[in-house]
Design a protein around this ligand. Structure first.
Ligand code: HEM
Length: 148
């Protein structure tokens, strides 16, 4: 009897962890779809910030802005992980606010790519500053704190 109970419990726990892992990405680690896109954004932004300082690297930097743009466009339809921890009646507003911020982000990246293609490094540097500010404020608002 006790054995059967333990068996049932382990099956239940097994299916529970199976369920929770479906919200993570297909490659089995603990990253969400959004987390995967953010990894791309984070790594590319690091290289881009360096490249933007050198006008000889504008073509390369414009390509990096394009890569970040594609990742941002892929991010807008994935809700932040933190959504599930918001009160049920606030989740829709939370996701709407996130999407609005992501739209601003997409616009900034579109402008950055255009500025680099036009060899306007002053403007490009300004936009990089705005992106850093937005990263800070958006993460504060939408990135689950214990993830830092
Ligand atoms: C230049 C700007 C940005 C950079 C460099 C950046 C970078 C990152 C990095 C490296 C992570 C951690 C990924 C991981 O380990 O899973 C992350 C997570 C996250 N970022 Fe960003 N990010 C930027 C802008 C934004 C913006 C504008 C938003 C919202 C509109 C945002 C929302 C999030 C969220 C919600 C997570 C947590 C992932 C999840 O909930 O699934 N980020 N970001």
């Amino acid at each position: 009897m006790k054995l059967r109970f333990l068996l049932t419990l382990s099956i239940l726990l097994g299916s529970f962890t199976g369920l929770t892992s479906t919200s993570a990405s297909a490659n089995g680690d603990d990253h969400t779809e959004l987390g995967e896109q953010m990894e791309v954004i984070g790594k590319t932004f690091r290289s881009l910030r360096r490249a933007v300082r050198d006008p000889a690297k504008n073509a390369e930097a414009a390509e990096m802005a394009g890569k970040m743009l594609a990742a941002a466009q892929a991010s807008i339809d994935h809700d932040p992980m933190w959504t599930a921890d918001q009160p049920a009646d606030e989740q829709a507003d939370f996701v709407a606010g996130y999407k609005k911020e992501m739209e601003k982000f997409i616009q900034l990246l579109t402008d950055l790519k255009a500025a680099l293609e036009a060899d306007d490094n002053e403007k490009a540097n300004e936009i990089v500053g705005a992106l850093r500010d937005q990263q800070r404020s958006s993460h504060k608002a939408y990135k689950k704190p214990d993830e830092d």
